[in-house]
Design a protein around this ligand. Structure first.
Ligand code: FAD
Length: 487
């Protein structure tokens, strides 16, 4: 980890060569998107440093509205938090000399951390130590021959794999520190009496959340091990079939920081005889998907303008999007009359998760059939996904909208009917999420409006298609061609 003192070291703070000033009072580990005990670089650094001299290591987690600022429908129950003020108060009250945290990639979070550093720098003998933890390989380490960041996945992944294979420290996991929650409770009793934590409702029912995504590190590790043992070797065959449970559903845990990409790769790699690019087809494909997660994190770190609502390909910002809110609403509610699209959106509403193939289909439909700005969809996903993650979500949306780094070419437009027939041939996924269509045959279910007589269709209580795919595709293609031809 890198040691970065925020104030001049005190005379009694002895500086060791590798580690920075020795901890003289208590230490604080400020958990952010990394609330876990295992493989947490900052926590490990803090616990190693605090072992000297029998000092306390105190954990802090702040659930603040600021973290949700960009998402209109996000919980509003928390009071507006003055994050810097809270950290400062804890540092003062708990006699802290060292504050540890893991660096974050997003601009708002970096600004927040800069503000906290500034406040802490006014206190004497308080040191901040920021660690690299968010990516397996820190973004500054993966560079092209000319020293630039990659903007295309395949060369990025090749280069990333080479680093991971030749420099094993990237995959080293931090040990778990000895935690004594009882002591922490005692220490914090007074603090919590004065500052009771507030609760956050989520758009999804609480019970459902607990059942589907039980909290905690143990659950995340159980899922990982079960997936690798029972399903990972068949992943490459089943990952595009939304009715099968062929994927890991680890994204809610990865994005909440309960488990790390390193830990996932370590388990998969060990099951694959310590290989990541060769060996079992299922395992290496799954590791590559984690590579996409890394890729989008690197893109976010290297091209921060994408956090500011910008398209990666600037030219595409000139597209004249439709502002038809009625169509957007139908898309949001899963009432487009395109069964596969509606099934995806209804899965999202029901369980806060959507299969990856469906994310691509519904995103492409919003942008290329409804000609609605991908940013509307991006925001809707962030507000409704249990695994909402700025980097992967933005990457997925810009890929689907053909505005991003390594996106699909604009002239590739998914045909919802063909996608439905190919990836859900028996209509099992549609039947699960669109009950109005349950009774239809495997053939009828993909396009009931055409497959049934008007009378039969009317009985279903299911909407007519809200657009004509071929006509919409033409409008979209013409608009993209116009924009790309502009100098
Ligand atoms: P698995 O198939 O088991 O894959 C393992 C892990 O690899 C995932 O948990 C995820 O961390 C990573 N991964 C897999 N596919 C991708 C991918 N295409 N891009 C980046 N990482 C990937 N993923 C999110 O985590 N959060 C999002 O907000 C998000 N929004 C998306 C929006 C769109 C429009 C699209 C097309 C994709 C989005 N994805 C997002 C990527 C992907 O759909 C999910 O990561 C995946 O469906 C999660 O399910 P899983 O854990 O079972 O994945």
């Amino acid at each position: 980890f890198s040691a970065a003192p925020v104030a001049e070291p005190a005379e009694d703070a002895i500086k060791t060569e590798e580690a920075g000033p020795i901890v003289t009072k208590n230490s604080l580990i400020w958990f952010r998107n990394d609330l876990r005990l295992k493989d947490n670089t900052a926590l490990y650094a803090a616990s190693m440093r605090s072992r000297v001299g029998n000092k306390y290591l105190i954990g802090l987690y702040i659930l603040s509205e600021e973290e949700w600022a960009d998402h209109d429908e996000a919980p509003r129950a928390a009071r507006k938090a003055d994050v810097a003020g809270i950290v400062e108060a804890v540092v003062r009250e708990m006699e802290i000399s060292h504050v540890f945290w893991n660096a974050e990639l997003m601009i708002n979070e970096q600004r927040r951390d800069a503000a906290v550093r500034k406040v802490l720098s006014r206190l004497s003998n308080v040191h901040v130590e920021e660690c690299d933890d968010q990516c397996v390989v820190p973004p500054r380490d993966v560079r092209t021959k000319t020293g630039n960041p990659y903007a295309v996945f395949t060369p990025f992944y090749n280069s990333w794999c080479k680093l991971v294979e030749t420099e094993p420290h990237y995959l080293e996991l931090s040990e778990s520190p000895d935690a004594n929650p009882a002591t922490a409770k005692e220490l914090f009793a007074e603090y919590f009496t004065k500052n009771p934590p507030s609760s956050h409702p989520h758009p999804l029912d609480d019970d459902l959340m607990r059942r589907r995504y039980p909290a905690g590190e143990q659950e995340a590790h159980d899922r990982l091990h079960k997936f690798v043992k029972e399903r990972a070797t068949k992943y490459h065959q089943g990952r595009d079939s939304p009715h099968q449970e062929a994927t890991s559903i680890l994204s809610p845990y990865l994005n909440a920081g309960i488990i790390t990409t390193r830990q996932c790769i370590a388990v998969a790699r060990s099951a694959n005889k310590n290989k990541i690019t060769t060996g079992d087809d299922g395992l290496k494909t799954w590791i590559k998907e984690l590579g996409w997660r890394e890729f989008y994190r690197h893109i976010l770190a290297n091209f921060p303008r994408i956090c500011m609502g910008r398209a990666f390909q600037r030219k595409t910002e000139r597209v004249q999007w439709s502002d038809n809110e009625e169509l957007f609403q139908k898309w949001c509610e899963g009432k487009t009359g395109f069964p596969i699209v509606d099934a995806g959106m209804r899965q999202l509403h029901a369980i806060g998760y959507m299969h990856n193939r469906l994310r691509m289909i519904v995103a492409c439909f919003l942008v290329k059939d409804l000609l609605i700005n991908w940013q509307w969809g991006e925001k809707f996903f962030m507000n409704n996904l249990i695994d909402g993650d700025l980097a992967s979500n933005n990457g997925g949306w810009q890929w689907s909208a053909s505005t991003g780094t390594d996106s699909q070419p604009y002239f590739r437009v998914f045909n919802p009917l063909l996608q439905s027939q190919r990836f859900d041939p028996k209509g099992e996924y549609i039947r699960r999420w669109v009950p109005e269509l349950k009774q239809l045959s495997d053939k009828q279910i993909h396009e009931p409006y055409r497959a049934l007589s008007p009378k039969e269709f009317a009985k279903l209580g299911y909407p007519k298609p809200i657009v004509d795919h071929a006509a919409s595709k033409k409008i979209y293609m013409d608009e993209f061609k116009r924009v790309l031809a502009l100098s």
